[in-house]
Design a protein around this ligand. Structure first.
Ligand code: F6R
Ligand code: MG
Ligand code: MG
Length: 398
């Protein structure tokens, strides 16, 4: 059982509220397995001592080797002070990580100096400005050893699949569907598509989870209780694009608002009841099952995984957090965990072969190209191909 510590609280009144979730790997032990408590303590202490005029509340958690900061404030998204405090807290934590010689100390802090916005500097960011309801329940999902596109499947299930979410059929507000903002993270473009009418178009994209990622979900303007509001947001930061080389997977996080015309808590959780395959795991190079776990099991031991997801449940009122509840710490998910273990046994037997190992295109973002580069000068033309080429060119000139 985890010790559920009450969130830090400072009260202030505000109409719009922003939930900012920022996460980073700043060192772990013994490998990329789990965070070290003194480092987590330092991050918490730094924020507690420096945030009273910026944040109304915050909560520090972790999964695997990533420290996670959930912050509540009224400064809107991309707020310089909020981003700076997270950056400085990670810097303070990195100093502690270095003093213990932790592995990968400061790993995700890819730039030297903070320049106004933490985006593009290494840490993952998911933020939404909301009009809080009378009761504002929300979930924070955190994944380790995988990538942002791993949220495509469960977010689609929650907000668009009636077999997962009966509210889409039964609740008049949900029946109207939702709007999905999807990013092409390779081309740096985005598109908005609404359900139910564009379900097939959405699926045509989000199945390619290393290229297209769901960034946000909005209610439609016909939603009676909460029109045109951001109700889910996912981190989409791509570390290898920032660093120019493989520096670890872009372990993602998401914020999902729930209840009252949105997916119920249980509908949002149900999307993780089947351990679907995600990319990441060992060296960011393997497909493996996503295992839902409670905080006590959020360490990456087997083959640096298997990839895991933790979920914390909060309620927000007047800028103050109650909770969290450790949502997967429940025997109801034992079946999913067991199945994930069986899938891990099965795929591991394939060793370095596809489809356990990722396809070639995705290995571009790992350290494999360095190995292949050494062999490139040893390749010779295959005779039969040469002949075929000659044949083709004769045909062409005929
Ligand atoms: C995957 C991950 C780990 C490391 C692996 C090798 O995202 O973080 O699986 O890739 O432990 O780590 P290095 O290269 O640091 O020895
Ligand atoms: Mg790491
Ligand atoms: Mg990690």
């Amino acid at each position: 059982m985890i010790k559920v510590i009450k969130a830090e609280t400072y009260i202030c009144n505000m109409a719009k509220v922003t939930i900012s979730h920022i996460k980073a790997d700043i060192g772990s032990l013994p490998g990329h397995t789990t965070v070290f408590e003194p480092v987590v303590d330092e991050v918490r202490k730094y924020i507690r001592e420096h945030s009273s005029s910026i944040l109304s509340d915050f909560y520090i958690s972790h999964i695997g080797d990533d420290i996670q900061i959930t912050m509540i404030h009224d400064g809107g998204i991309d707020n310089e002070e909020v981003h700076r405090i997270a950056w400085d807290a990670f810097k303070a934590g990195t100093a502690v990580a270095k003093s213990y010689g932790l592995y990968g100390a400061g790993q995700d802090l890819l730039k030297d100096a903070f320049s106004g916005n933490i985006k593009g500097m290494g840490p993952g960011v998911a933020e939404m400005e909301i009009t809080p309801r009378k009761s504002e329940p929300f979930l924070v999902y955190m994944m380790d050893k995988t990538e942002p596109g791993s949220f495509n499947y469960p977010i689609f299930k929650m907000f668009a699949d009636p077999y997962n979410t009966p509210g889409l059929v039964i609740d008049p507000n949900m029946h109207e569907g939702f709007t999905f903002e999807i990013w092409d993270i390779v081309a740096g473009k985005k598109i908005e598509l609404s359900t139910p009418e564009s379900i097939y178009d959405i699926l045509a994209m989000i199945g390619s989870k290393s290229k297209y990622v769901i960034k946000r979900v909005y209610t439609r303007d016909t939603h009676e209780k909460l029109p045109d509001e951001n109700v889910a947001v996912i981190t989409t930061d791509k570390l290898s694009f920032i660093a120019g080389e493989y520096v670890g997977k872009d372990d993602p996080a998401a914020i999902v608002r729930i209840q009252s015309g949105l997916p119920a808590s249980g509908e949002a959780m149900e999307a993780f009841s089947y351990p679907f395959l995600v990319s990441g795991w060992m060296r960011g190079s393997f497909n493996g099952p996503l295992m839902p776990v409670g905080m006590k099991d959020s360490k990456m031991t087997r083959f640096d995984g298997p990839p895991r997801v933790v979920c914390l449940g909060f309620v927000l009122k007047d800028g103050r957090l109650s909770g969290p509840v450790d949502m997967f710490d429940d025997p109801a998910f034992d079946g999913a965990r067991r199945k994930a273990g069986e899938i891990a046994d099965y795929v591991r037997r394939m060793g370095p072969f596809e489809p356990h190992r990722l396809p070639d295109e995705e290995m571009e973002y790992t350290t494999l190209p360095k190995i292949l580069d050494k062999l490139k000068d040893r390749f010779k033309e295959v005779d039969s191909v040469k002949k075929k080429k000659n044949l083709l060119s004769t045909k062409d000139t005929d």
